[in-house]
Design a protein around this ligand. Structure first.
Ligand code: 5GP
Length: 242
């Protein structure tokens, strides 16, 4: 790396991609296996499995700032097992109740899709989304729930969420949906960060408890990117999430 740095009259960094699959960079160009890749328009680069298997070194040419590094955290197989367990519980608990599942967009779409495929009982599905917009000067940033068209009265409602962090979003949703007087209102979430969750309400169905580190993939985004990843990646320790 130092030689490369000198050649470029600046600083360079070599990264071992046996442990890293995606990182965010701010730079004009990088070299991957000596091929220049212009990244002036993107701030995330993904490394292919082939690159990964070759254990390549990626050299960032000057100027660069390494911002974020994500490492593989929950495999496709583990995600599938987690969702199977949740589906088993829901199939059992809601048999004969024709529950109404409500997925919270955008992050939950992959979770909802995989969960639905494992449901054996009759179940209906709808989606909602919190849309934030800038309100008046006095109200500041406001978020509004959109997409709720189903009648929840006397229905067994199960909210499907990708991740519960502080629990603020879910709390808001519970208040809004609870006022529709459903027969029951339950929460199923793929991931929870128990160290941060500070609410009194119960999370009935939890896929996996995770530490307080930012994750991406399987529907979860980082600046709207990464939702397409089949696995879940975790922000590496030496990075701070902003
Ligand atoms: P909460 O209101 O529970 O703090 O978090 C609400 C939302 O923040 C989640 O629905 C999710 O969209 C986002 N969020 C929280 N933690 C993470 C994370 O680790 N990764 C990603 N991609 N989104 C997160």
């Amino acid at each position: 790396a130092e030689e490369l740095a000198n050649a470029h009259g600046g600083t360079a960094l070599s990264l071992d991609f046996s442990k890293t699959t995606s990182l965010d960079v701010e730079a004009t160009d990088i070299l991957i296996n000596n091929a220049a890749v212009n990244i002036s328009r993107v701030n995330t680069i993904d490394v292919t499995l082939e690159d990964w298997e070759k254990n390549i070194l990626i050299n960032l040419t000057w100027p660069f700032v390494l911002i974020k590094k994500f490492i593989p955290y929950i495999s496709e197989k583990e995600i599938d097992e987690i969702i199977s367990t949740l589906a088993d519980q829901l199939n059992k608990d809601f048999e004969g109740k024709n529950p109404l599942f409500i997925g919270v967009l955008n992050g939950s779409f992959m979770f909802v899709s995989d969960l639905m495929k494992k449901m054996k009982i009759d179940v209906e599905l709808s989606f909602v989304k919190f849309q934030s917009y800038v309100g008046t000067a006095s109200t500041g940033k406001v978020s509004e729930l959109i997409g709720l068209s189903a009648d929840l009265n006397k229905r067994h409602v199960v909210i499907l969420e990708d991740i519960v962090d502080t629990g603020n979003t879910m709390g808001e949703l519970l208040d809004l949906l609870g006022s529709e007087q459903p027969a029951s209102l339950s929460i199923a979430t793929l991931l929870v960060k128990p160290d941060v969750f500070n609410k009194k309400y119960v999370l009935h169905y939890v896929g996996k408890n995770i530490p307080n580190k930012f994750v991406v993939g399987f529907g979860l985004d980082y600046n709207e990117l990464g939702r397409n990843l089949k696995e879940i990646y975790q922000l590496a320790d030496n990075n701070q999430h902003d």
